[in-house]
Design a protein around this ligand. Structure first.
Ligand code: SAM
Length: 217
């Protein structure tokens, strides 16, 4: 059982679809959100409330039932293998379905603010394109985020690939997982994880956008 770090709750709740073992869930938590995760596979190390389910079916069902209204923000990390360059180095992208395209349609139909994360080569609008080096993490890991609010917000330092920055390597997986900030995961879970710092920052950008868009009291 992971001991969660203290944080200041903001009263908002994120549904994290395709949560894996919770890299991005942890970032939303640190930004103050409560988090519920959904993944196709069991995730015994996931630190928050978890449902094992197909995320497309789950989202469609809770949109139809109205349960979606419990969530202030819907995040999805649709599997990247269909789009990732690395898939074609080691296999065939046609063996992996595109869940991003139907997933985005369901997220738009759900009517809640949303965030989609994927590899930069995926067909999404990079409202935010983030690298570990922008957050002082010793990892080179680029991820793109498309949002329902179209991006904007605080400036970050540029990506800086200095000597010594860790690229993903199987022989140093534990060190890479820890450098991402995914210390509670095993190294297999961390292969697909995204650093919590990315979603902590995006969660903060959403709050700024949400507060700016709220009608004056
Ligand atoms: C890129 S990983 C997610 C990483 C996670 N966001 C993190 O930061 O730790 C994609 C996840 O999608 C899950 N997945 C694949 N197909 C799925 C489906 N149909 N429904 C739900 N989850 C699915 C995989 O098990 C995997 O954990």
């Amino acid at each position: 059982m992971t001991t969660l770090p203290p944080r200041a709750p903001n009263g908002l709740h994120v549904l994290d679809l395709c949560s894996g073992a919770g890299g991005l869930s942890m970032g939303y938590y640190l930004a103050g959100y409560d988090v519920t995760g959904v993944d196709l596979h069991p995730m015994p190390n996931y630190p928050f409330t978890f449902h094992q389910a197909d995320a497309l079916e789950y989202l469609e069902r809770i949109t139809a039932s109205g349960e979606i209204e419990r969530y202030d923000l819907v995040h999805a990390s649709w599997p990247c293998q269909h789009f990732a360059n690395v898939t074609n180095w080691r296999g065939n992208s046609a063996d992996h379905p595109d869940l991003l395209t139907p997933g985005r349609e369901l997220m738009q139909a759900a009517g809640r603010p949303w965030v989609i994360e994927n590899v930069p080569e995926a067909p999404l609008r990079p409202d935010y394109l983030l690298c570990g080096s922008q957050f002082g993490l010793n990892v080179r890991r680029h991820r793109a985020f498309e949002t329902s609010w179209g991006g904007g917000g605080d400036l970050l330092p540029p990506c800086w690939h200095h000597k010594g920055l860790l690229p993903f390597m199987h022989k140093a997986e534990r060190a890479y997982a820890d450098a991402m900030g995914c210390t509670w995961m095993n190294k297999t879970e961390a292969r697909q994880a995204v650093p919590p710092a990315y979603s902590e920052w995006i969660g903060q950008q959403y709050l700024t956008h949400h507060q700016a868009a709220a009608p004056a009291a």
